[in-house]
Design a protein. Structure first.
Lengths: 287, 81
């Protein structure tokens, strides 16, 4: 088959980087194709998009995407992206992170990017574990699950990613799963269109480490579990409070307009230049 | 409410899409085979997906939106109405 037949191939570095590095059946590839569909639907030119990532399985994604890309240090994807957004505010900056990358090593960058409401689109691929380094528990590993560093069960409660971002001040917050790939690309599209910090949590799975250590079966079984264990926001409100922690709630949790950080910063620059210009003029008039 | 001016033909028989698998990118995870609602695909002895029932494809695009390797495409076919 010719590569011209797939609409995504225009956005891929398909001549040298494929097949991709992820394990057979990994959900990260599904998030990547959802991101491509979202960008294709908005109709952005490839030069107007920048994709930034940190380290980890998810951090490999910009390697395959033919946009302006940066593969940065662990946890600092949002810090690099903040700098890029300052230098080139007209770019659509998309930050791809895993759960450990975004919430453990980069946890401070995450809450402060949300607090500032800087115009970035953050996509957190949540597979509940550090997959690439061998299955250490992460800030989103469910309570009681086994991991390489929690062989008798995890005793730390997980971070609720969307609630954390909303509490920190993000303008747009949504969650979907890789089973609901069409819903996921709709949320990513809305997030990219939003002027402000927008977060999409893509709930995925790691069958290679998390699935094996918790006896959850191959990728197909974990995908079916996402289908059966997730409900929409409206359906979750009808559940009994005791049932709610066991399900993945999908939907848009916040969508509001707040002043965007780079616009406010430009305003400060203008004000400072005006004050400086006035003082230069008054100094010249006195001399 | 628009009046019905002509009788609708019977439900369309035959495929609505053509499934193409890009074999060198596929890692054989089996998601497309497992979740295809009409059973167009099956795994061969090397656990790679093959099209076994092309006439059943409804072009729902489950397989090409969920392929982690971007190794499958459904090309919509023109359906005579």
């Amino acid at each position: 088959m010719s590569k011209d037949e797939h609409s995504a191939y225009n956005y891929l570095r398909h001549t040298k980087k494929f097949p991709n590095v992820w394990c057979s059946g990994c959900g990260i590839g599904i998030v990547m194709s959802a991101l491509i569909r979202a960008i294709d639907r908005i109709g952005l030119a490839k030069d107007d998009v920048a994709v930034i990532s940190g380290i980890g399985c998810t951090g490999r994604m910009p390697v395959y995407l033919d946009f302006n890309t940066m593969h940065t240090t662990h946890g600092r994807a949002l810090a690099f992206a903040t700098g890029l957004k300052f230098a080139r505010p007209e770019l659509k900056v998309i930050v791809i992170m895993g759960d450990g990358d975004a919430l453990a090593i980069g946890g401070n960058h995450f809450i402060h990017a949300a607090r500032r409401n800087i115009g970035l689109t953050a996509i957190v691929v949540n597979n509940s574990i550090y997959g690439m380094t061998g299955g250490q528990h992460s800030p989103t590993t469910p309570l009681g699950s086994r991991a390489a560093t929690a062989p008798y069960g995890n005793i730390e409660p997980p971070f609720p990613v969307c609630e954390l971002a909303a509490a920190a001040g993000a303008a747009y917050v949504a969650r979907s799963t890789v089973y609901h790939a069409v819903e996921l690309d709709r949320y990513i599209e809305q997030a990219i269109r939003k002027n402000g910090f927008s977060l999409v949590e893509a709930v995925s799975y790691c069958h290679t480490t998390f699935g094996r250590m918790n006896k959850l079966g191959p990728a197909v079984e974990m995908m079916r579990r996402l289908k059966e264990n997730s409900v929409t926001k409206a359906a979750a409100e009808k559940l009994a409070p005791s049932e709610r922690p066991d399900v993945i709630v999908r939907g848009v949790f916040r969508d509001e307009d707040r002043p965007e950080y780079t616009a406010l910063y430009d305003e400060v620059v203008r004000r400072a230049q005006g004050a400086a210009g006035a003082s230069v003029r008054s100094a010249g008039g006195a001399g | 409410m628009p009046a019905i001016t002509e009788a609708r033909p019977a439900a369309h028989k035959g495929p609505r899409g053509r499934v193409v698998i890009f074999g060198t990118w596929c890692k054989g995870c089996g998601l497309c085979v497992e979740f295809c609602p009409t059973g167009v695909l099956a795994l061969d002895q090397d656990s790679h997906p093959i099209v076994v029932a092309p006439e059943k494809c409804t072009a729902c695009h489950w397989c090409d939106t969920h392929c982690p390797d971007l190794a499958i495409v459904v090309q919509p076919l023109e359906v005579a109405r």
